[in-house]
Write a protein that binds this ligand. Structure first.
Ligand code: SF4
Length: 357
């Protein structure tokens, strides 16, 4: 999948810039401004079953702005249904935003290409084709090389992802899950991407295989100078691969920070609870602090701060006024009234998280 179309015109609002950090223009690879995605609800029967009070559409992504530096990885983390995969599909060009803009700094350059790696390798591998044919497809389709150079390039790509040239003759079902993900990475690289979107690329794999694939992705990013948008619900994975992290809750960014800052001093109560729920080798299961309550329905989102029904620090303002991202001195951006008003001292917050870890 390749996206070379020129950027769409600006329709976003100034308020949507609140998540953008202070990158200089020339180091920015991707700038997403005030992205919103609404999915209209079905016909009268579905709406009737859901009740008359629900919205006419589901707000899957709500005013998200992100800027990613060239050669770095920006990760989105959040529970299932928070909108991170919808945002990834919009960045990939597989879906269109209801409003907002996506701009790639190199969109007009001939070498600019986006590729996506999915959780399920079968999404990009045709079970009836030998993998050599599948990997060669983007090279042939985009006429990236003369015909006689295609097979040597496929062999080179297989070696690059830790497989053998002879594997080109095999079918997808002849590989293990981890090997299939290596094949889908080789296919993504075949299109010579400059920007890679990884949507939960390891969550269907065994833990030991996950580490191998993450190491492979990190090595390839370093060698090829790729810029990445990485999607995961797993904070340990995010910590390993990311330069910056955006935490999403119910379609909105609630915290954006450099990875080290986020893990050393998480500020938003949701981020703190996600981190406190992280399994650690030295922590017995019953000592962990699972996040209480269910994520609210996007059909009927809570008023004010959408996290308030689950937040241990919620107070009256939280139920009435939606918090916007504000700057913190350590470079993070947080959408929380209690943090902005210093009702929760960050040092106390971090100590609580440390006590859980
Ligand atoms: Fe909790 Fe209020 Fe902050 Fe939302 S704004 S995270 S409810 S303290």
């Amino acid at each position: 999948m390749t996206r070379t179309a020129p950027p769409t015109p600006i329709r976003g609002t100034a308020a949507g810039l609140t998540a953008l950090s202070a990158h200089t223009a020339d180091e920015t690879c991707l700038e997403a401004r005030d992205i919103t995605r609404r999915f209209p609800l079905g016909g009268g029967l579905l709406r009737g079953m859901l009740g008359g009070s629900v919205a006419r559409s589901i707000q899957a992504v709500d005013g998200v702005s992100v800027r990613i530096r060239r050669g770095e990885t920006f990760s989105l983390v959040g529970e299932s249904g928070c909108g991170k995969s919808t945002l990834a599909r919009i960045v990939a060009g597989l879906d269109a935003p209801s409003s907002g803009t996506i701009r790639f700094a190199d969109a007009r350059l001939p070498g600019h290409r986006i590729q996506m790696i999915f959780q399920d390798p079968y999404a990009s591998l045709n079970p009836r084709y030998r993998v050599g044919t599948t990997i060669a497809e983007p090279i042939r389709f985009q006429k990236l090389l003369p015909a006689k150079a295609v097979v040597p390039r496929v062999h080179e790509l297989l070696r690059q992802v830790g497989l053998a040239p002879a594997d080109a003759a095999k079918f997808p079902h002849e590989f293990s899950g981890g090997q299939r993900q290596r094949v889908s990475i080789a296919r993504a690289l075949a299109g010579n991407p400059t920007f890679l979107i990884c949507d939960e690329p390891t969550s269907a794999l065994d833990v030991s295989v996950q580490a191998q694939i993450l190491n492979l992705l990190r090595r390839l990013q370093h060698e090829l100078g790729l810029t990445c948008l990485f999607i995961s619900h797993n904070l340990a994975v995010i910590n390993y691969v990311s330069h910056d992290v955006g935490v999403m809750y119910l379609g909105r960014l609630v915290e954006v920070a450099p990875t080290r800052v986020l893990f050393d001093a998480p500020k938003h109560p949701y981020t703190q609870l996600l981190l406190a729920a992280l399994p650690r080798l030295e922590t017995r299961a019953r000592e962990r602090a699972p996040i209480s309550g269910e994520i609210a329905s996007p059909l009927d989102p809570p008023s004010g701060c959408a996290f308030h029904p689950r937040c241990p620090h919620a107070y009256a303002r939280c139920r009435e006024e939606r918090p916007e991202l504000h700057d913190e001195p350590d470079g993070s951006r947080v959408a929380c009234h209690a943090i902005a008003e210093r009702r929760i001292p960050v040092s106390i917050v971090s100590a609580r998280v440390a006590a859980h870890a």
